[in-house]
Design a protein around this ligand. Structure first.
Ligand code: SF4
Length: 494
């Protein structure tokens, strides 16, 4: 068994690797995605449908706010005592016949899983939808090693067959409409009826027939986990299609890859989280399938049960006293369904496995703000606060976004001694606003602004990168003929 260094955040190996990075600055990626009107129409329809369902079922519970508070308090308590909770989980999981592996980063987790699959002699595995395995790029790694991974969740299957990337943590193919799905099936499933229509029931039946043989023949399954219960060593997966239940029960070997933040103290906590999660994610009172398993039971289910406990930057996030509550996330996706930025750009613009408001804080917290283009992610928000209102565990995403913007500015200053345009603007504002006399002098320049505005009294173009970006999408009204202070004086009020 390898070891991890929970609580020692300065080790470089604890920075997150894998699919956690924006591949280009967010504004650049967002501008490109905004040009796709089909994507925007799909996203609008899907996010509004889920959002309305969520509001209906949340509104049924008079104690919803108490549940949110309980969920938040439980997760805060876990994060404050994470090493002990993980030790307790390891002890109980091992006592019931499971094997625990610790992975510092994506590379180590991929290596552990590959070795475990190789040891079974199998070259094929079936998968339950899992964010952690997407984060570490497990499918791609297995493919390089000659092991074929088959996604069994319908939306994940669509993404995999379409050689695409997920764009939503709960509905990975949210950017595809049913006609596009039909085309993918026709191209990628050799056995499918060539007269397949885009009727959802027909599409589901085609996927079902495609996957059935995989379920029955697979010797190894790989899953994520929604929860790990420390006091019993139990793991839990919450899903809607039953594909998870097939993967978790039929193969001989079951390997779970789980972020270390998913641990809960005991089964009693499920009372709260099993009300919060389905309502916030799919807008259902209860999800159709909840599978809980505790170690190995002879003659029943998988006989080789493993868990890979994944750090990959989580201790880096834990070390940030303002940002650490991002680890409380239960991946319900409610924040992205209400986010005006996500609704227009979609998930691919964020680059990372984690899109939307949670991705804009979680990715830079796990990798460090200076990693690749992740410093641009905290700006992917209007700070409207809708994500905070929707979050079932009350993560104050807007506050963390502002904190991370500050960290980004500090990182940029540390990297370059040359002042940026923003630095100069802020310095000018500081000088002007710190003295009435200086402000008065600067106000004398107002007529120049009126000249620049021209006849229609609008300034349409300003020089410089920053000011130029501002006027690229909006006009600035011409300044008034006299300043407020001049008017005040003329009115004899001074
Ligand atoms: S941040 Fe909150 S709302 Fe967003 S996915 Fe996580 S738990 Fe859900």
């Amino acid at each position: 068994m390898s070891s991890t260094f929970v609580g020692m955040p300065t080790l470089p190996s604890q920075r997150g690797h894998g699919n956690l990075h924006a591949e280009e600055p967010f504004p650049q990626a967002a501008t490109r995605e905004l040009g796709n009107s089909q994507l925007r129409a799909n996203l609008r329809h899907a996010t509004h449908t889920i959002r309305d369902k969520r509001l209906n079922v949340v509104g049924e519970l008079p104690d919803w706010e108490d549940l949110r508070q309980a969920g938040s308090d439980t997760k805060d308590a876990v994060m404050a005592d994470l090493p002990a909770k993980l030790d307790e989980f390891e002890k109980n999981f091992t006592a019931r016949g499971g094997v625990v592996h610790w992975a510092r980063d994506a590379e180590e987790a991929n290596r552990i899983v590959t070795d475990l699959v190789r040891a079974t002699g199998s070259e094929e595995i079936v998968k339950v939808k899992s964010m952690a395995t997407q984060e570490i790029g497990l499918n791609e790694h297995l493919e390089e090693q000659g092991i074929a991974a088959f996604e069994t969740d319908l939306a994940e299957l669509i993404v995999q067959l379409g050689h695409d990337k997920p764009s939503h943590i709960l509905v990975p193919a949210i950017h595809k409409n049913r006609t596009e799905v039909r085309d993918i099936f026709l191209n990628e499933m050799p056995e499918v009826d060539p007269d397949l229509t885009d009727n959802p029931a027909e599409l589901a039946m085609a996927a079902r027939a495609h996957l059935r043989q995989k379920f029955l023949s697979a010797k190894v399954a790989i899953s994520g986990a929604n929860f790990a219960l420390a006091d019993t060593g139990t793991l839990g997966v919450v899903e809607s299609e039953g594909n998870g239940r097939m993967c978790l029960t039929l193969p001989e070997t079951l390997i779970t890859v789980m972020g270390i933040e998913k641990v809960l103290p005991s089964a009693q906590d499920l009372e709260v989280f099993m009300q919060l999660l389905p309502r916030s994610s799919t807008g259902e009172r209860m999800n159709p399938y909840t599978s809980l398993w505790t170690g190995v039971t002879e003659g029943d289910g998988p006989q080789n049960v493993h868990i890979v406990l994944l750090d990959n930057g989580r201790t880096n996030a834990l070390a940030d006293k303002y940002g650490r509550t991002a680890l409380n996330c239960i991946r319900c996706s409610a924040c992205m369904n209400v986010c005006p930025v996500y609704e227009r750009t979609g998930g691919h613009a964020y680059g990372s496995t984690y899109p939307g408001p949670i991705g804009a804080i979680l990715s830079p917290l796990m990798t460090g703000i200076e990693a690749e283009d992740n410093g641009s992610l905290p700006y992917a928000s209007s700070l409207c606060g809708a994500c905070y209102d929707a979050c079932p565990v009350k993560i104050n995403i807007p506050d963390i976004l502002v904190h991370l913007r500050g960290e980004d500015v500090k990182a940029q200053h540390a990297a370059s001694r040359v002042p940026t345009e923003m630095d100069l603007l802020m310095k000018g504002a500081e000088i002007a606003l710190s003295s009435g006399k200086v402000l008065n002098l600067m106000e004398k320049a107002l007529p120049l602004g009126r000249l620049a505005a021209g006849r229609d009294k609008k300034i349409k173009k300003l020089p410089g990168k920053l000011a130029g970006a501002w006027t690229s999408s909006r006009d600035i009204p011409a300044p008034p003929a006299q300043s407020f202070r001049d008017w005040w004086k003329k009115e004899g009020r001074s």
